[in-house]
Design a protein around this ligand. Sequence first.
Ligand SMILES: [Zn+2]
Length: 147
Amino acid sequence: MIELYENNNLIDYINAYAENKEFDVCPFCFPPNNKLRAEKINDGFQIKCLNCDWQIYIHDIITDEKIKDAIRKQPYIPCTNTPEDFLPAEGKYRVIGVDTFANERFIIGDFDSLLIAQGVARLECGTMLKTHVYDDGGRHVYEDGSF
Ligand SMILES: [Zn+2]
């Protein structure tokens, strides 16, 4: 968790992801340092290590809140148990859940970017609950969770 500041006030704790990499520890400090601070700047976030000089500016940060919001806005898409289940609308990324205990699959939704779809797959997976992401060509591009 990163402390998120705005105008020098602590406003939230966030999980920050970009390019599917979680920024939870400084990549340079050893032993690993998780004292990171994010500052809202314009449309993005400046993430800084409080232990060394490392910092990174990220335009499109994906927080768990953004991902939960994207899930909330999804219309229900019924699973047809046909190959069409793996084909999202053009330009979208489809997240599918597979309950490996009941051997059932369900469609979680179609998302605008791979980054958000990966975030959804990460949040919605679990033990015996695999999640998979497919692009609009039906290609498998990401998976999470465990059998
Ligand atoms: Zn550092």
